[in-house]
Ligand binder design. Structure first.
Ligand SMILES: [Zn+2]
Length: 473
């Protein structure tokens, strides 16, 4: 079905497509996954038991720990890769697929042979490879075209891809989106590869209309451009990936871009996680991320693993409907958001994830007092510290006196904007941080150059906004 038709179907018809896709996927493809083959057996589930998305609840959740390599099992992730052999292909494939494989020997190879991979970006857990076959790369291209359609970006645009060059989804999703949509693009590799100076020059020389970057780096790039008195009047849209963008940072970026000559720039966020293999976009600011219902099924669950209602907050759980290579079912992302099935103002009827998504990896436990561990939602720092008064910031978590047996300590480094009274700013921040997070961190002033070095803006793939320097126990 073409994208335009799919994106305007009734909720009921979308549900039917998802059920059909799920049945086919579970019966004819999932049995090639050693992990799910075992899981179904252990839980006495037959592949034919899963008829609709409601039946998914029969399948236990998959978590990061099920996939992440351990010392004893460094190749755990390989059990999630679809790997048919002669026997299993005969046993599980549909009649039509068997005919296809018989007619074209290469087709099974193309479908199942991995040709590309991305690593998960987790900083604490070991990185996990997610494999793509040629079949999956076609899906990545298709999702890229859809993303450009949702962002209303046509072929006349010129794109500067400033995502860090790495085996990560943000860079490659942008690469394939541009290629599949026939956009002129320069894939810079970001500050660490081409360098901020050359990226600024190339935006000017190509008269780029579109910039793709991690939010923190985008702001850094614009500030440097401003110092160089660059002309960014050609830039019409920015889209972000890689991490969440707070309202404050959006506004800071908008006003910086306007001061560089851009007229009414539009700023979009995208959402993605490695396990989901593609990225989702908003059609306008805060519209929510438009999903691809023929590629994935999303559930939102509460702490007990039960589904919550539409528009209610909970953990995002992902099920692949049409991928090969590495696949996951009922995967707990650790991200918190909500879903809606209401028609969007753009007219599309696709399910949408809320714009506000919190990554639970940023909720950490601290021993700030001798009494007990406190959970602190570090996501809040992004909202509180991305204000007009602050140029850059970093949060460091460490042990008091660097003694591993001591209490934890939080230090907030601030580089205030010019003409800002730091003493006043400090007492204001102290109050907000106490009111919202019930913590009283040290607040330390630092000059811009030093804080940029600490953030690794030009040297790291992603800036180190929150660093945890506590010894690992
Ligand atoms: Zn929309």
């Amino acid at each position: 079905m073409n994208w335009k038709t799919l994106s305007h179907l009734s909720t009921r018809k979308i549900k039917n497509i998802q059920n059909k896709k799920l049945r086919y996927f579970i019966q004819h493809k999932v049995p090639f996954s050693p992990y799910y083959n075992d899981l179904f057996k252990e839980n006495k589930i037959r592949f034919s038991d899963i008829k609709t998305t409601d039946d998914l609840r029969k399948i236990p959740f998959t978590t990061k720990n099920d996939i992440a390599p351990t010392k004893n099992n460094p190749k755990k992730h390989a059990n999630f890769v679809l790997q048919p052999n002669k026997e299993s292909i005969k046993k599980y494939s549909s009649k039509l697929d068997l005919l296809k494989y018989a007619l074209n020997k290469n087709s099974a190879f193309k479908e199942f042979n991995p040709v590309h991979l991305h690593f998960t970006t987790g900083r604490t857990a070991n990185a996990v490879p997610f494999l793509y076959t040629a079949y999956d790369l076609e899906k990545l291209r298709e999702s890229g075209k859809r993303m450009m359609n949702i962002l209303d970006i046509n072929k006349d645009n010129k794109l500067i891809n400033a995502f860090p060059y790495a085996p990560h989804l943000a860079f490659w999703a942008t690469f394939f989106a541009a290629e599949a949509s026939g956009l002129f693009a320069l894939h810079t590799g970001g500050g660490k590869i081409l360098g901020t100076d050359k990226i600024i020059k190339s935006i000017q020389s190509t008269k780029a209309t579109l910039l793709a970057a991690i939010p923190g780096f985008a702001y850094h790039l614009l500030r440097e451009a401003k110092n160089k008195k660059a002309d960014f009047s050609s830039v019409k849209k920015i889209f972000f990936g890689g991490e969440r963008v707070s309202k404050g940072l959006r506004e800071k970026i908008r006003s910086m871009l306007t001061s560089l000559g851009s007229k009414n720039p539009e700023i979009f966020a995208t959402y993605a996680f490695t396990e989901g293999k593609v990225a989702w976009a908003e059609c306008k600011e805060n519209s929510g991320y438009h999903l691809y219902p023929d590629m994935e099924f999303i559930e939102i669950i509460d702490k007990n693993g039960e589904d919550v209602g539409e528009n209610e907050k909970g953990e995002i759980v992902y099920t692949a409907l049409d991928f090969r290579g590495t696949i996951v079912l009922r995967y707990k992302t650790g991200d918190v958001g909500s879903i809606t099935y209401e028609k969007c103002s753009c007219g599309r009827t696709l399910p949408r994830l809320s714009s506000e998504i919190e990554r639970s990896s940023e909720i950490k436990e601290f021993n700030l007092t001798k009494v007990k561990g406190t959970l602190v939602n570090l996501n809040a720092f992004f909202e509180i510290l991305n204000t007009k008064e602050i140029e850059e910031w970093q949060v460091e978590i460490k042990k008091k006196n660097n003694d591993p047996y001591e209490l934890d300590e939080l230090i907030v480094y601030i580089s205030p904007k010019k003409n800002i009274d730091f003493i006043k700013l400090k007492s204001k921040l102290k109050k907000i941080l106490y009111d919202e997070l019930e913590i009283t961190p040290q607040i330390v002033k630092m000059d811009l150059k030093e804080i940029l070095d600490r953030l690794g803006m030009e040297t790291e793939l992603k800036e180190k906004r929150i660093i945890d320097n506590r010894p690992k126990t």
